[in-house]
Structure formats: C-alpha cells, structure tokens
Design a protein around this ligand. Structure first.
Ligand SMILES: Cc1cc2nc3c(=O)[nH]c(=O)nc-3n(C[C@H](O)[C@H](O)[C@H](O)COP(=O)(O)OP(=O)(O)OC[C@H]3O[C@@H](n4cnc5c(N)ncnc54)[C@H](O)[C@@H]3O)c2cc1C
Length: 483
C-alpha cells in the first residue's frame, strides 16, 4: 500500500478548510492545513461576514441615534464619522475571533499548519515552499474572490472590493455600487447610513435576484426611503478615472445612457473560484468558471480529492462551507458515504430589516411545477415589533398541495434569528399544528412564526362548517353583537 506524509491535506484555512482540519485532526487523522495568506480564518473572518456584520451594527447604532426622537428621546447632535474608528472596531472584533482560528489552536488539535502557495505536482502531492507534501486525501477549500466584470476603462480606474472596503482611512462621500446582490445591498445600506451617497447599478429587474420579487422589492422600498438610488435593468458601459472622482456610464432600461459620478466604486458583481495556480489541470480535477466540480459527497473527478466551500461554486455561505466540510470528514475520515442535502439550507441578507429564507420560495416552487399556497403575517401586527419601533416587513410561508410547509421567507427585524425556528421545524419534521400549539413567550417577535401558522389553521378552525357542527352538538347561539 502506498504511504503518504499525511492522511489528509487541506488547501485553504477558511470556513470549509478549518472545519475539515479541526474534524480530521480531532479524529486522529494526520492532518496538514495550508493557507496562502499567512493567517487563518479566510474571507468570512477578514473580508466578509465578520467585518460586514460589524460595520452593519455600527451603521445601525448611528441610524438609531439619528432617530432618537422616534423613541421619545432628545435629538442627538450628530458628528461626522471618522472611518478609522469604525475600521478599528472591525479589526478588534476580528482579532477576538482570530484567537479561535489561530495556528496554536489548530496545532493543539493536532493539525500541522503551513503558509504559502501550494501547487499539485501529482494526484497525491503538492509542492509548497520548495518542499513536497503528500497526502492520501486532499481537500480544495480555497474559497472565492470578487469577479471583476469586463467594463471598458475599469482596468485603469480605481475601485474597491470586499477586500478593501472595511479598511478605508476615510468614509467616501459617494459610492457607486456595481451589483445588487447581498454584498452590494448590505454595503449600500450600511454606508448610506454612515453618510455616503449611494447609487446601486443592478443588471436584472430586481435587487437580491435569488429572492422572490415581492420580498426583494420590500427591501428596496426601505433602502429607497433611506435615500439610496437604484438603476435596475441597467448595464455598465464604461468607467473612467477623473482625478478626485470616478465616472460610470450606465445604459438604463429605456436604452438611454446616463453618466454617474462618485468618489469611488464598489464592485460586487459576483464571485469566482480561487483555483489559479493550484495545477488542477495537471492532475485531472475538473472545473469550470463557477468552480471545481463535485458530486454530492464533495468528491471531485479525482475521488480522493474533495472540494468544499465557495470554491465548488455551490451555495456561497459560511454555513454551507462548514456543512460541506463536515460532509468531507464523514466521507474521507469515517468512510461513511454521506451526501449533501441543501433542501433546507437557510440564508439571510443582513439589511435592516433582515431578509431570511429557508426551503422553496415561490419562484422555486413555480419552477418545480408545485401547486402551492402562501400564508403571510405582517410585523406591524406583532406587539413586540411595535414596542421596538420595528414595524416593517412580513413573513411568508409556502405550503404544497398537501398543506405541508415547503419554505418560509421573512423580511423583518431579526429575520436571521427567526428563521432558526423554521430550521428546527423543517429538519425535525415538526408538524405545523405542533408549532401552532407550542407556547411562545409574550411579547416576542418570534411569535410571528406561530401566527403565520395560525393564519393557515384559522381558516379551517373558524369555518362555517365547524361553527355549524358546534351549534348542532352544543347548542351554541351565535353572535352577541352586530349582524
Ligand atoms: C462582504 C461579504 C459578506 C459576507 N457575509 C456573509 C454572511 O453574512 N453569512 C455567510 O454565511 N456568508 C457570508 N459571506 C460569504 C462567506 O464569506 C463565504 O461563503 C465563506 O467565507 C466561504 O468559505 P470558504 O472556506 O469556502 O472560503 P474562505 O473563507 O474564503 O477561505 C478560503 C481560504 O483559502 C485561502 N486560499 C486561497 N487561495 C489559496 C491557495 N491557492 N492556496 C492556499 N490557500 C488559498 C484563502 O487565503 C482563505 O483563507 C460573505 C462574503 C462577503 C465577501
């Protein structure tokens, strides 16, 4: 039997790679973890989830300060923002989490960590810093990078991506955002709230194109109300450097062209897999523009090499990367043929209010040819939402023809937390009647989960048929007031 230096080698120390390395090392596999950045944590910690959510929180506090009078408080004197303090806070949150993702911790778990840029030299070996490392199994978990669109002049125009935006020295006075997906939209609201003038250019007819239009449109209404400008169905024709500002020519939906000017540009038009320089061609690992091709067990076209996280181009979320990392550990270390199932993979866009989703939305149900019904409940009918001053939004529950829930979308306060009850409902196979009969504390925003279920049952419970039955059996005498 061939012998290798390691049982498993992991390329990339982000959400997926760290999950695999921690799991494998703790199970006693001789584990090698390699990252090119010189630190662990990946995009989520350094340029993604953590800095964005920290920034969003700062922007939310600033926004609430401006709204002090809405809560019966005296007006607050708003001073301009020193962005160095904002990015200082971002760095301090990152450094706390970095302890958890440190080399020392992984070494303590039993994994060897190396930094540098590895390249496969054969199906079982990589070359790194002039040394060769072989492993029985490999995992490609190198994540993704911003996809820069082909726009005339953009290559000679300065712009920002998610790698720079959290570490600016100064708050930009104005910002044109390319792309109305989750990253662009979260940043649009946060920077707008801090005082940057924002214009979003979106290719399709709605922002957040993976969401149902009615939900995405509600987000846009809130953002427009806060002062953000949108160009939908718009294409970016060219970009130009104009000294202190940048000019962007946009073709709008009526085929007219407009020239927009702003201090800077944020490119948030999608992601591309980090596969350059890995030598995948040479070892016969198949990939395309979206990512490394994998089967349901995360195996690539070379069955002992796995690919997990953003690099496989599936669901670009940290929790998906972690989930896929777990699938790899089951298959590669436990040798249990575990398959990924994304049916109830939830996600959330952290605008204020948040937009969370699990299961099928209407668009997906239509595409799958499923007969469905929708049930909604508005946050303005939730007592706690009113007390919190958070009245915007709704929950939408989708039932199939058998009246079984197949999906839920929530646009409202703490939607990312509220959706977790549905995570339990869907994954635990909990019946809707059980959710309805479970007592929820009052007053909580999460009562809305129970209320949307109640809306479905009330149609049945309070029907004329039931009323007639009760009247017949128990001699109920009907209305005591009005007609
Ligand atoms: C602005 C922003 C906000 C986001 N917010 C959220 C959110 O709120 N919730 C959420 O779930 N997701 C969010 N995401 C997505 C999330 O960050 C990614 O889905 C997640 O980081 C993917 O994990 P990963 O392990 O696949 O890749 P990464 O975390 O990017 O890790 C990849 C690692 O591989 C290393 N690497 C790259 N190339 C090589 C190479 N050639 N050799 C060795 N190592 C290499 C990198 O240095 C990195 O450490 C956000 C992303 C962005 C950009």
């Amino acid at each position: 039997m061939a012998s290798y230096d390691f049982d498993i080698g992991v390329l990339g120390g982000g959400s997926a790679g760290l999950t695999v390395a921690a799991g494998s090392a703790q199970l006693g596999a001789k584990t090698l973890l390699i990252d090119k950045e010189g630190r662990l944590g990946g995009d989520c910690l350094h340029y993604g989830c953590i800095p964005s959510k920290t920034l969003i929180r700062t922007a939310h506090v600033y926004h609430l300060m401006k709204r002090a009078a809405d809560f019966g408080l005296p007006d607050v004197e708003m001073k301009p923002i020193d962005f160095r303090n904002v990015s200082g806070r971002i760095k301090s949150v990152i450094s706390k989490i970095q302890d958890h993702d440190s080399v020392e911790r992984f070494c303590g778990l039993g994994a060897r960590v190396e930094f540098g840029e590895p390249a496969f030299i054969d199906e079982h070996s990589v070359r790194l810093n002039r040394q060769t490392y072989s492993a029985k199994n490999w995992v490609i978990a190198t994540g993704s990078s911003p996809l820069i669109p082909q726009v005339e002049g953009l290559d000679v125009t300065s712009y920002l991506t998610n790698r720079e935006i959290f570490y600016l020295e100064r708050l930009p006075s104005s910002l044109i955002i390319f792309g109305g997906g989750p990253i662009g939209i979260e940043m649009a609201q946060a920077f707008n709230r801090l005082g940057t003038k924002i214009t979003v250019i979106q290719r399709s007819g709605q922002i957040l194109p993976k969401e149902d239009k009615d939900m995405a449109d509600q987000v846009m209404v809130v953002l427009k109300r806060e002062g953000i400008r949108f160009h939908l169905n718009a294409s970016i024709v060219s970009a130009q450097e104009l000294g202190n500002e940048r000019a962007v020519v946009v073709r709008t939906d009526d085929r007219a062209t407009v020239t927009l000017k702003a201090e800077t540009i944020l490119v948030a038009t999608g992601r591309k897999p980090n596969i350059e320089g890995l030598g995948l061609d040479m070892i016969g690992v198949a990939f395309d523009d979206k990512g490394v091709k994998v089967d349901e067990r995360m195996r690539t076209s070379q069955k002992h090499i796995y690919a997990a996280g953003d690099v496989n181009g599936g669901y670009l979320f940290t929790h998906a990367a972690g989930y896929e990392g777990g699938i790899v550990v089951s298959n590669a270390i436990f040798h249990l043929p575990r398959r990924a199932d994304y049916t109830f993979l939830p996600w959330c866009t952290y605008t204020d209010p948040e937009l969370a989703s699990i299961g099928m939305n209407e668009t997906a149900a239509k595409k799958a040819g499923i007969e469905y019904s929708t049930w909604t409940e508005e946050f303005r009918a939730n007592d706690r939402s009113l007390a919190e001053g958070e009245e915007t939004g709704k929950i939408k529950m989708i039932l199939n023809e058998k009246e079984t829930p197949i999906g839920v979308q929530i646009f409202g306060p703490h939607a990312g937390e509220l959706v977790n009850e549905w995570v339990a409902v869907f994954n635990g196979g909990v019946k809707l009647s059980r959710l309805l009969s479970a007592v929820h504390p009052y007053p909580t925003i999460s009562e809305i989960n129970k209320k949307v279920a109640a809306n479905f049952f009330s149609k049945k419970i309070f029907s004329d048929k039931v009323k007639k039955g009760l009247k017949f059996f128990f001699n109920l005498r009907g209305r005591a007031c009005g007609v």
